[in-house]
Write a protein that binds this ligand. Structure first.
Ligand code: DDH
Length: 291
């Protein structure tokens, strides 16, 4: 008689909800940035997905290749070691989850817990190998203009409207001199997702900051906020500007378009056959589970 056959653990939606909950509970931190790891966890999910290239069908969130040295060291990923180390604590507890699922679920949990819309998410990503890392230069360069944004995001399959919607994530978090060279937050509430990024782009007067760092804008009124050249250009290009104004005027519209684009972003590069369900899932927020 053969010895007991090891049965593979097949996680259910309830198991992923447990992971979501642990991530959600882990985000608050009095001694980190603006009081939450949420923004940097969102940035990890985005940079692990935004390497996708439609033409060659390479990159994206499937293989979590930022675990490997060449991609971890790409300049655009500076500082994301903080988010990866944070997520590693969750991984210790739920060793069965793939890194791609963990990081994108982290992005979803952070966005939802920071007051954002519900984001469709489903598991199925698998851990790749070092040979799957993507070449440097696939993520946007903040010093560039509209053609660069269309090149980079078009390569992932996104149109102008989706580029603007996704950029609204900059309502969250801040730039760190020791990570990107840039400095400061985009909004006055960097750990709550709102449409303030768009409202500020429209309502404020943005002037070049006078400093020795890379070229960035500052708001004329308080001098405490910032915009990257790639943010400001959204108000200078006619097609982008139409959507900036629409999202500034209507937070609900922003949330709807943002949720859809982020869900697409986090699934880039994952073969449909890998997903455990064809149905969209929505994970519950901590608040919803208390109700
Ligand atoms: Fe971003 N981003 N991002 N970003 N991003 C930075 C921080 C954050 C660009 C450059 C920077 C998106 C698009 C763009 C977040 C989410 C998203 C920083 C500062 C730079 C620079 C890093 C640092 O110093 O710590 C550029 C350029 C683009 C673009 O061209 C469109 C998108 C699409 C998202 C998204 O999530 C959908 C978040 C969140 C942060 C804040 C991180 C933190 O630690 O705080």
């Amino acid at each position: 008689q053969a010895a007991k056959v090891a049965v593979n653990f097949v996680p259910t939606k309830a198991d992923y909800q447990k992971v979501y909950n642990r991530i959600a509970e882990s985000l608050d931190a009095d001694d980190y940035d603006d009081g939450s790891y949420g923004p940097v966890v969102v940035r990890l999910a985005w940079h692990s997905s935004g390497t996708y290239d439609k033409a060659s069908n390479t990159g994206g969130s499937n293989y979590a290749t930022m675990r490997f040295a060449p991609e971890a060291l790409h300049g655009a990923n500076n500082g994301l070691n903080v988010a990866r180390e944070h997520m590693e604590k969750i991984k210790k507890e739920f060793s069965w989850i793939s890194y791609g699922d963990l990081w994108t679920l982290g992005g979803v949990a952070a966005l939802q817990e920071m007051g954002g819309p519900k984001i469709n998410w489903r598991p199925g990503r698998i851990d790749g190998e070092a040979k799957d890392v993507t070449p440097d230069g696939r993520l946007p360069d903040a010093s560039q203009g509209a053609p660069h944004l269309r090149d980079i995001f078009g390569r992932m399959g996104f149109n102008d409207q989706e580029i603007v919607a996704l950029s609204g994530a900059h309502a969250l978090g801040r730039c760190h001199v020791d990570r990107s060279g840039f400095d400061g937050p985009w909004t006055f509430s960097p750990i709550t997702l709102t449409n303030d990024y768009f409202r500020l782009l429209v309502d404020e007067k943005w002037i070049w900051r006078k400093w020795n760092g890379p070229k960035q804008y500052t708001d004329k009124t308080t001098g405490t906020l910032m915009m990257l050249p790639t943010d400001y250009v959204l108000t200078q290009d006619k097609s982008f500007k139409k959507w900036v104004k629409a999202y500034a005027a209507d937070e609900e519209l922003f949330f709807k378009d943002f949720a859809k684009a982020v869900s697409t972003l986090f699934e880039l590069g994952v073969p449909l056959s890998q997903f455990v369900t064809s149905e969209p899932w929505q994970m519950q927020t901590l608040d919803e589970q208390k109700a």
